[in-house]
Ligand binder design. Structure first.
Ligand SMILES: C[S@@+](CC[C@H](N)C(=O)[O-])C[C@H]1O[C@@H](n2cnc3c(N)ncnc32)[C@H](O)[C@@H]1O
Length: 577
C-alpha cells in the first residue's frame, strides 16, 4: 500500500482542533455547484427514516453490480486508483445503511462478482465487519475530531471516516496507507471536497493510538456503563439490557465487559452434522475440511477456515452452518422424555446408534408415531436438525413459518431429510395453530422472533438497528406464540421456548407471564435436559456447562458468548399437564 502524498489534501488540520468540513448541506451544495449527480441529501443521514426508498435501493443495487454513476472528481484528481477491497467494504456499508441489508448476505456475493479473492477478500471482510461492529467506538473517536454532531454529516462521508478509523485503530494497516487509501476512496465515492475533510479528520484520529483513544472515551463518559458501551461499541440501552440479563439469569453483572467484548469477536464457523444424514468419518462428505469437534454438542464440528460452501455435506444439506447453542437447544427438546412416568435414561442420546428402521422407533402416548412441530421455522436451521432427529426417533415434523419466502428457505433446508419425515412445510401465522390444531403435537419448538441481542457476533450491524420500541412489539408476539404452542401440544407433550436473546423481557418475563394465566403447564428441569445431550469427553464424562449454582440456580438455561462461546441462546422447557 502506498504512502500518503497528496498535495490536494491540503486542508488537513494539524493544529489539533476539531474539523468541520462539509456536512450534509455543504456536501450537497458543492455537488450542485459542479453539476454532479445529487448523492447525499437527507437519505444519507445516519438513521434517516427514508433510507428504504426506491432510489436508495436502485443506487445500492447498481453499486453492488459495480456500476458507478460517473466520476465525481475532476480529471486531475483521478490519478490515484482506489483499492477494490476498500471500495467493496464501502459499498456494503452503504447497502447496510440505505437498504437495511445484512452485511453477511451482501458481502460474499459482491466479492465473488468482483473477483476479489484471497488476501484482498480477507481484508475486505475484516474491514467491513470490523467497521460495522466497532461503529459505536469509532463514532466516539470521530465525535472528538469533528466540530459538529456526526448526524449532520453526509452518511456516505461518515461511512468513509469509519472505514478509515477502523484501519487506523483496529487493523494493522500503517497510518499513512490507512489515511491515503481512505482519502482516495473518499475522492472516488463522495468527491474532492469531502475527501479533503476526510483527510483532515483521519489525520486527527491518527494522532493517538488505540489505547489512548479508549482512555479518552472512558474519561469523557458520564458513567461506567456509558463508557463501557462506547468502548465496546454497543448502544447504551443494549448494554444496560444485557447487564440486567446477566443478573436476572444468575450471573455476576460485572461480567458485562467480557460479554460486550465477546460480541465484538468474530465467531468460529461451526457446522452441524445432522444425525443419521452424515457421518463424521465420511471423508467424501467433508472433502478434506479441517474440522475439530465442537465444545458442547455431539453434532457440532468447528471448521478451521471460512468457506463452509466448499464442504460437500453442507452443499447437499446433510450438514449445515449452525451455532452450537442452537444445536444444543434443539437436541434438548428432541431428547427430553415426554411424560413423567418414563425413565429419563430411556431418552435417546443424539449420538446413540439410530433405531434399526424408521418404524422401529418409540411411539407417542396412544400408540401412534410422535408428531413434532417447529412453529417459527424460517429459515430452517433448527427444523433441519429437528427433522434429522425425528427420523431417528420415528417421528414426523410439521414446519410452520409466517413469511412465504422464509418458508421456501425451510423447504430448501429440509431437502436432505429422508422422505416421509417432513409431513408439511406450511405458511401461516403460528398464533393460529394452537386453535386450529389443539393438542395435536408431542413436541413443539418455539424459536421465537426476538431482538437477536444474543447473536450480535454474527450480525455486525444489528445492534444499531434495534430500538427499545422493538421489545414491546416482540414481547407481545412472543407471549401469543407461546400460548399457541402450549395449546398445540398434547397433555404430557413438551414445548421448548427458545430465543437468541438473553433479555429478561423476552425470556423469563414472557414465560412467567404466560404461565401465570394457565394451570395446565409445568416447568421442566431444563439444565438436566441440556446436560443429558452434551457430547461425551474421551473419559466418558460430559463438559461442565458452567451454569449458575446454589441460590442462583434456575430451571431454564441461558448460554453466553463470553462463557460458552455460543450465541446467547435461551431455553425453557415446559410440559403440558
Ligand atoms: C428466530 S427465527 C427462527 C429461526 C429458525 N428456528 C432457524 O433455526 O432457522 C423466527 C422466525 O419466526 C418467524 N415468525 C415471525 N412471526 C411469526 C408468526 N406469527 N408465526 C410464525 N412465524 C413467525 C419469522 O419470520 C422468523 O423466520
Amino acid at each position: 500500500m502506498s504512502g500518503y502524498d497528496d498535495a490536494r489534501g491540503g486542508s488537513a488540520d494539524r493544529r489539533g482542533g476539531r474539523t468541520g468540513g462539509p456536512g450534509r448541506g455543504g456536501h450537497d451544495r458543492r455537488r450542485t455547484e459542479t453539476g454532479r449527480e445529487e448523492h447525499g441529501g437527507d437519505r444519507h443521514r445516519t438513521g434517516g427514516e427514508d433510507r428504504r426508498n426506491a432510489r436508495g435501493r436502485e443506487r445500492s443495487a447498481a453499486r453492488l453490480r459495480g456500476e458507478r454513476s460517473g466520476s465525481r472528481q475532476a480529471p486531475g484528481q483521478r490519478a490515484k486508483r482506489t483499492d477494490p477491497a476498500r471500495t467493496a467494504a464501502f459499498d456494503v456499508l452503504r447497502q447496510v445503511d440505505e437498504s437495511d441489508a445484512y452485511a453477511n448476505l451482501v458481502l460474499p456475493p459482491l466479492l465473488a462478482e468482483r473477483r476479489i479473492r484471497g488476501r484482498d477478500a480477507g481484508f475486505a471482510t475484516e474491514l467491513t465487519y470490523g467497521t460495522l461492529r466497532l461503529r459505536g467506538r469509532y463514532d466516539a473517536v470521530l465525535a472528538d475530531c469533528v466540530d459538529r454532531p456526526l448526524g449532520e454529516l453526509d452518511a456516505a462521508v461518515l461511512d468513509v471516516l469509519r472505514l478509515g478509523t477502523h484501519q487506523l485503530l483496529g487493523m494493522r494497516v500503517p497510518s499513512h496507507a490507512a489515511v491515503s487509501e481512505t482519502v482516495a476512496l473518499a475522492r472516488a465515492e463522495v468527491g474532492a471536497g469531502p475527501a479533503q475533510f476526510v483527510n483532515a479528520v483521519l489525520r486527527r484520529v491518527s494522532e493517538a493510538g488505540r489505547q489512548e483513544w479508549l482512555e479518552r472515551i472512558r474519561a469523557g463518559a458520564p458513567d461506567e456503563l456509558t463508557a463501557l458501551a462506547a468502548v465496546e461499541s454497543h448502544p447504551v440501552w443494549v448494554a444496560r439490557s444485557l447487564r440486567e440479563a446477566l443478573a436476572g439469569h444468575g450471573r455476576d453483572p460485572s461480567e458485562i465487559g467480557d460479554l460486550l467484548a465477546a460480541d465484538n469477536a468474530a465467531p468460529r464457523v461451526t457446522l452441524v452434522a445432522r444425525p443419521g444424514l452424515v457421518d463424521v468419518s465420511d471423508d467424501d462428505a467433508w472433502h478434506d475440511a479441517d474440522l475439530v469437534p465442537g465444545r458442547w454438542a455431539p453434532t457440532a464440528l468447528v471448521l478451521d477456515g471460512n468457506d463452509p460452501g466448499a464442504v460437500p455435506a453442507v452443499r447437499d444439506g446433510r450438514a449445515g452452518v449452525q451455532d452450537e447453542g442452537s444445536q444444543l437447544v434443539t437436541l434438548a427438546l428432541a431428547g427430553v422424555p415426554l411424560d413423567t412416568a418414563q425413565d429419563e435414561d430411556t431418552a435417546p442420546r443424539p449420538d446413540a446408534a439410530p433405531p434399526a428402521s424408521h418404524e422401529a422407533a418409540p411411539e407417542a402416548a396412544g400408540g401412534r408415531a410422535e408428531r413434532w412441530l417447529d412453529l417459527c421455522a424460517g429459515p430452517g436451521g433448527k427444523a433441519a436438525l429437528l427433522a434429522a432427529l425425528a427420523a431417528r426417533q420415528g417421528a414426523t415434523l410439521v414446519a410452520n413459518e409466517v413469511q412465504p419466502h422464509r418458508a421456501r428457505l425451510v423447504r430448501r433446508a429440509l431437502h436432505a431429510v429422508p422422505e416421509g419425515v417432513v409431513e408439511e412445510v406450511r405458511t401461516g401465522d403460528g398464533r393460529d395453530l394452537g386453535t386450529d390444531e389443539p393438542g395435536a403435537y408431542d413436541r413443539v419448538l418455539l424459536d421465537a422472533p426476538c431482538t437477536g441481542l444474543g447473536a450480535l457476533r454474527r450480525r455486525p450491524e444489528s445492534r444499531w438497528r434495534r430500538t427499545p420500541a422493538d421489545l414491546a412489539t416482540l414481547t407481545g408476539l412472543q407471549r401469543e406464540l407461546l400460548a399457541s404452542a402450549l395449546d398445540a401440544v398434547r397433555p404430557g407433550g413438551v414445548v421448548a421456548y427458545v430465543t437468541c436473546s438473553p433479555v429478561l423481557a423476552e425470556t423469563q418475563l414472557v414465560v412467567t407471564d404466560v404461565l401465570r394465566k394457565r394451570d395446565d403447564v409445568e416447568r421442566l428441569d431444563t439444565p438436566h435436559a441440556v446436560r443429558s445431550v452434551l457430547r461425551r469427553l474421551p473419559d466418558g464424562t460430559t463438559p461442565d456447562l458452567r451454569l449458575p449454582a446454589g441460590d442462583a440456580a434456575r430451571d431454564d438455561v441461558q448460554l453466553w458468548p463470553h462463557v460458552h462461546g455460543t450465541d446467547a441462546m435461551h431455553l425453557t422447557l415446559l410440559r403440558k399437564r
